[in-house]
Ligand binder design. Structure first.
Ligand code: SF4
Length: 265
């Protein structure tokens, strides 16, 4: 037996479907259920969003227009469109917690290697570019040690606005902002992604694990190979871990066929 959705449920369902589309999930399946057991708002459940709800397909626009950047001629243009779509974003509460500007991302739109951090700090908020402070200088050295230049990679964060006091981004903030990061990744199509720190790794992989569990293995991630290493800010606080981070980067170099530059001294 099918169940009709209320207008509110249809709007919620369409929003969820669009969210999945932004994550790159396009295939949906209808599943008939025992309606008597389906959750309802009275149960405190967002009924329209649960898998048990029967989708009344003709009433819901499951075929919304594709993401606007899909029509772009090249990745640079696609990134420009994503940035334009982000606009003067107020989608999560970070927009009203003291950010000066949105820090979108920087680098080669066709980079083979992408670094993903957690969120902008004070210097990044000031300059509008990720990883430009002390941690950024260390990241630049890490990139150079891999035989690359900063301009040859792409650098972005899970959240694009500075969390107040450099606190860790909260779950609702990472969930709201990360579809834009996923669209950047989808556009750039890097061969390798390095998640800098546990926050970035957990936000991308959607798993709850410690750095000890996350590091030292690789992950297939939306057509890219994902690696996890320490955030440069953490390495500044505990330089003893630099050797471990270098081991992680060597794994990435091996995967990409990169060779460390010869020392000139
Ligand atoms: Fe928008 Fe992301 Fe900034 Fe939140 S962090 S306001 S979602 S750009």
């Amino acid at each position: 037996m099918s169940q009709s959705l209320t207008p509110e449920q249809k709007r919620a369902l369409a929003a969820r479907v669009n969210y999945y589309r932004e994550l790159g999930i396009y295939d949906f399946y209808r599943r008939e259920v025992d309606v008597a057991r389906a959750p309802s708002p009275a149960d405190g459940e967002p009924a329209a969003l649960e898998t048990n709800t029967v989708i009344n397909a003709p009433a819901v626009d499951l075929f919304a227009p594709p993401l606007p950047e899909k029509a772009a001629a090249d990745p640079a243009e696609a990134l420009r469109i994503i940035r334009e779509d982000l606009g003067d974003c107020t989608r999560c509460k970070l927009h009203k917690l003291g950010r000066k500007q949105i820090v979108f991302g920087v680098g080669d739109p066709q980079a083979e290697l992408m670094f993903v951090g957690e969120g902008p700090g004070a210097d990044e908020d000031e300059q509008g570019e990720p990883f430009v402070g002390r941690a950024g200088q260390l990241l630049n050295k890490m990139i150079e040690a891999m035989g690359l230049k900063r301009q040859q990679v792409y650098i972005a964060n899970v959240v694009k606005c500075r969390p107040p006091g450099n606190r860790t981004p909260e779950r609702d903030e990472t969930e709201t902002c990360s579809p834009f990061l996923l669209r950047q990744i989808e556009t750039i199509k890097p061969k390798a992604i390095v998640a800098l720190g546990a926050v970035a790794a957990k936000a991308l992989l959607q798993i709850n694990a410690s750095m000890g569990e996350l590091r030292g293995r690789t992950y297939d991630f939306r057509g890219s190979r994902l690696f996890v290493t320490y955030h440069p800010a953490y390495l500044l606080r505990d330089p003893r871990q630099k050797g471990e981070a270098w081991k992680d980067l060597q794994q990435v170099m091996k995967f990409l066929g990169l060779k460390a530059p010869k020392r000139s001294d």
